[in-house]
Structure formats: structure tokens, C-alpha cells
Design a protein around this ligand. Structure first.
Ligand SMILES: Cc1ncc(COP(=O)(O)O)c(C=O)c1O
Length: 358
């Protein structure tokens, strides 16, 4: 096993003559092993690890300067929305949140100041799909960087660098770690200049992970393919079961043949994953809360991507940082329930949902 190099500094042979490692904010061998592994599974050439997904997001936005503009998919993780609107907007960076279901419509928002396009696909929590290759072409034409948050798909299901993205971002807290025991973030690129700029930010700002956390993510990605296969199988079985349930209204899962962007999902993904959102008939918040507190195997918790199944309520949990009127505009209704389907026995999972929905 890769050792956990629990060290803050490294002995040097002579002043100015070190053995590849000087100080652990800059480099750590356990982190290097993970960064290389992440670059490999995302088909990139460089990986950069951070203390959380948000720290990775923070580093990417620090590539920008006041006056720069970012076009962002309008359905995204609440914490990403928060750092853009409540932190970086104060530094003069402009964020435009736009629907990206039809990628060709993005061109109208590109200006001379557009320096970045930010995409999450599948989106959180509405499971919309954005055409990465089409957005990459628009970004390239406008000389903007395309960032893809690949947290929901994982590199097992989707490799955005192959589709023209410049930067892949992960909350490795989720599928990469896979066991709900570590908070971690990562960036993967294949351009040397971009790597150099991000590495400078990583070292200068210092939001780096500890070696124990890198070890846990390294351990997690060894079973990523096995876990993702089961997440996909269980996800499909539950999506199809929910769709036939008399009390369930809409089921959002990109594997359905009639999902608005199913053809794009089929083209750019190798499976549809274990994330599902659904609403109940009558759209009552009280009914939704009853389901949320009625499951026994699905744990009520924020986060996703672990082997254990989780159930969550985006409006009051992961997406509470988005104002209510903004949530309503985006179709994120108060009765929407999100499932992160784990790898447990499928019959147990369905039985649990059945007794909770009633
Ligand atoms: C899609 C997505 N991106 C980024 C993040 C932020 O990652 P972290 O919680 O590791 O900081 C999350 C967290 O839920 C997420 O779901």
C-alpha cells in the first residue's frame, strides 16, 4: 500500500538541494500518488488535490481577474452557487446562470469578457444533462475555459477531458472516496500551462488535503468501477420502480428513454449512475417530509456517492443556500426528494422506499 507520509517537511541533502520534496504544502508523496491516479482515470496528464470540492472550486475561480465573466449552468450544487454569488462576486467577477439543456443557446451569453464556462452534468439535483462536446466547441470559439464538475458521473461513467473540457473538478468526498469517510477535492487537466497556474494557486493558497485523506481516496478509487456498476444497476431498478408507483409524480433519472436529453446522456456517458430525484403526486411538502423521515435503510443525510444509500431534501439541505424564488424558477420544488442509491441489496432498498412512501 502507498504509505501515509505523515510529515510536514523533508530532509534536504544540502542547502537548495532536495530529493524532490521540500515542504508538505507544496508536495507530499501520498498526495502525488493520488494526483497521478486521478490524472490517469480522467484521461488527463495532471491531477491536483484539495482539502474539499469547494477548495478545488475556489482554486479554479482564482484563475480569473476582476471584470471577467463566467457562464454557469443554472442547476448546480448550492455551495458552488454560494461561493460564486457571495464570495467571488464581491471581487468583481460576474456570474451568469443560464439554462444549458440546449447547448447552442449558450453562445448568446458569450462576450469578450467571458473567460470561463462552468458545467455540472448530470446536474444536482434535477439530473439534467448538458452536452459537454457542444459546450466545449462554444468555449473554444470564445477563448474561454470549460470547467466540468464531474462529481455526479465519476470518471467511470464520463471523461469530460475526452469531450473537450479544459478542467475536470471533483468533490472526491462523493463517488471517488465512496465510503462517506473523507472530505476531499480534485482538479484534473491535460494542459501544462494550466497545470502550472493551478499548481501555483494550490501552493500559494494552501488548501491542500492531508496524507491520510489522500490515502482514503486512493483506497476508494480502487473499487470505483465495481461500485459504479452496482450504483447504476440499483439506480435503474429504483428509477423504474418509482415511476410505476401510484403516489409518485415525476422521476428524474437520465437513463429514461424519454428524459429530455437522454440521447446526449447515451452519447457521452457509459451508464446513468445512482442519483435519482422524484416528486410526489399533489406536490405536498408535508408528504415529502413524511417519506424523508420514514426510511430505515436510506439514511437522511447530505452528500452522495457512498456505498450506503442516502435520502435528502434539496430545498432544505444541499440547496438551502439558493434563495426560494431562485429555486422555484429552476424547477427545484419544495417536495423534491433526492436519492443517492447505494450498493445494498436492491430488494431491501425497494422495500424500504415502499414502506416510507406508503
Ligand atoms: C456536484 C458537487 N460539486 C461540488 C461539491 C462540493 O464538494 P465538497 O463538499 O467536497 O466541498 C459538491 C458537494 O456536495 C457537489 O455535490
Amino acid at each position: 500500500m502507498t504509505p501515509i507520509y505523515q510529515t510536514s517537511t523533508y530532509v534536504q541533502e544540502a542547502p537548495g538541494k532536495h530529493k524532490g520534496y521540500e515542504y508538505a504544502r507544496t508536495q507530499n508523496p501520498t498526495r502525488t500518488a493520488l494526483q497521478d491516479a486521478l490524472a490517469s482515470i480522467e484521461n488527463g496528464t495532471h491531477g491536483l488535490c484539495f482539502g474539499s470540492g469547494m477548495a478545488a472550486t475556489d482554486a479554479v475561480v482564482k484563475l480569473l481577474s476582476p471584470g471577467d465573466e463566467v457562464i454557469v449552468s443554472d442547476d448546480l450544487y448550492g455551495g458552488t452557487y454560494r461561493i460564486f454569488t457571495k464570495v467571488f462576486a464581491n471581487y468583481g467577477i460576474k456570474f451568469q446562470f443560464v439554462p444549458m439543456g440546449d447547448a447552442s443557446s449558450i453562445s448568446q451569453y458569450v462576450t469578450a469578457n467571458t473567460k470561463m464556462i462552468w458545467v455540472e452534468t448530470p446536474t444536482n439535483p434535477l439530473l439534467n444533462i448538458i452536452d459537454i462536446a457542444a459546450v466545449a466547441a462554444i468555449a473554444k470559439a470564445g477563448n474561454a475555459l470549460l470547467v466540468v464538475d464531474n462529481t455526479f458521473a465519476s470518471p467511470y461513467l464520463q471523461t469530460p477531458l475526452d469531450l473537450g473540457a479544459d478542467i475536470v473538478l471533483h468533490s472526491a468526498t462523493k463517488y471517488l472516496g465512496g465510503h462517506s469517510d473523507v472530505v476531499h477535492g480534485a482538479l484534473i487537466v491535460k494542459d501544462d500551462t494550466l497545470e502550472e497556474r493551478l499548481r501555483f494557486i494550490q501552493n500559494s493558497c494552501g488548501a491542500v488535503p492531508g496524507p491520510q485523506d489522500c490515502f482514503l481516496v486512493l483506497r476508494g478509487i480502487k473499487t470505483l468501477h465495481l461500485r459504479m456498476q452496482r450504483h447504476c444497476e440499483n439506480g435503474e431498478a429504483i428509477a423504474r420502480w418509482l415511476r410505476n408507483h401510484p403516489k409518485v409524480d415525476r422521476v428524474l433519472w437520465c437513463g429514461f428513454e424519454d428524459h429530455p436529453n437522454h440521447a446526449i446522456a447515451k452519447k457521452q456517458m457509459r451508464g446513468y449512475g445512482g442519483m435519482i430525484s422524484f416528486t410526489l403526486k399533489g406536490d405536498s411538502m408535508a408528504d415529502a417530509l413524511k417519506v424523508l423521515s420514514g426510511t430505515k435503510l436510506f439514511s437522511l443525510a447530505e452528500s452522495l456517492g457512498g456505498v450506503e444509500s442516502l435520502i435528502g431534501h434539496p430545498a432544505s439541505m444541499t440547496h438551502a443556500s439558493i434563495p426560494a424564488d431562485e429555486r422555484a424558477k429552476r424547477g427545484l420544488s419544495d417536495s423534491l426528494i433526492r436519492l443517492s442509491v447505494g450498493v445494498e441489496d436492491i430488494e431491501d432498498l425497494i422495500e424500504d422506499l415502499n414502506q416510507a412512501i406508503g
